[in-house]
Design a protein around this ligand. Sequence first.
Ligand code: MG
Length: 391
Amino acid sequence: MKYISILGSTGSIGVQALQVIDDLNSDFKVVGLSAKSNVDLIEKQIYQFKPEVVALDDKYSADVLKKKIKDASVEILSGKEGIIKVATIPKADIVLSATVGIAGLAPTLEAIKAGKDIALANKEVLVTSGSLVMKTVKQKGVKILPVDGEHCAIFQCLDGCKDRNSIHRLILTASGGPFRDKTIEELSKVSLENALNHPTWKMGKKITIDSATLMNKGLEVIEARWLFDIDVSKIDVIIHPQSIVHSLVEFTDGSILAQLAVTDMRLPIQFALTYPKRTQSMLPRLDLAKVGQLTFQEVDMDKFPCLKYAYEAIKLGGTMPTVLSGADEVAVDAFLNGKIGFLDISEIIKKTMNVYKDSNFSDSEPSLEDIISADRWARDYANKIIDEHNH
Ligand code: MG
């Protein structure tokens, strides 16, 4: 029996993780749940999974929830401290970090410090704080199990790899998003609705837009650098529209290992939760004859400059990936709210990185305070560009 706490239980990954746990029957016990403000959904989750501690980030929502839940055996908390409490429940063996955005960083770090294994779905944890987080992971001797499909694939290809020097490169696959075959001209006119219509994956809004700009892949390159402790020059991206090959590892002798499966996040979630065991899955099996063709093509970084900026940010190091990620979060939010066009997203990120490079930037290893202040700076600057854009 494994005890698990879930940060972000009402989001896309959180909900799918609870389905997986439900399917795995008695192997898991949910001890903690946290969310932002979705009272109705978390109320249902409390009845179904009977956690001991629940936290909502939003204080008002937490008060509403308290009035609804009569069961005194559930402790209901609020705010950042409440979420950290869920992340560090003594009973929990593993914490699923599945919130969106940099708000997930502090509770995930606290969970690592408390000796929990982490099933990691939050991107900002490694993108902004990879060196700090991996150092703490080593000190505490805990495991980071990637929940993202690409990293889960590479993790599987490397599981049992006896000689790290034999790794020639990691190859992350990208579906290419809904705009893979559009020209730059066409990209300037795409709507929010088009961008939210991802061809192969069903995900939250932020990550769906990030998939359309390929920033999602850029963030995954940065995460892979830390997760697998490998130089970024050895990480490549290839477009694979069918999203069946989830990523590959090429070895020095030219051999390539790949992981293939149906396109469903519940598989990497299940792998992360049950590792090192594999268990029966309720998902449909991959029928290769039915798929018929697997195709691959090169990425056009001029058309999708966000990926290029992500490589630049991780090569520059220091807090630059934090600035990239903070500017992206603000720009995507502005796009989702109809304030800017699709191509403005990458422009805002580029401008924010350039100004930061010329003013505040240092490539030394950042502390948590450096990361939080770089994130704030990037958000303020990106917001300033958007305000000017709208006046
Ligand atoms: Mg992914």
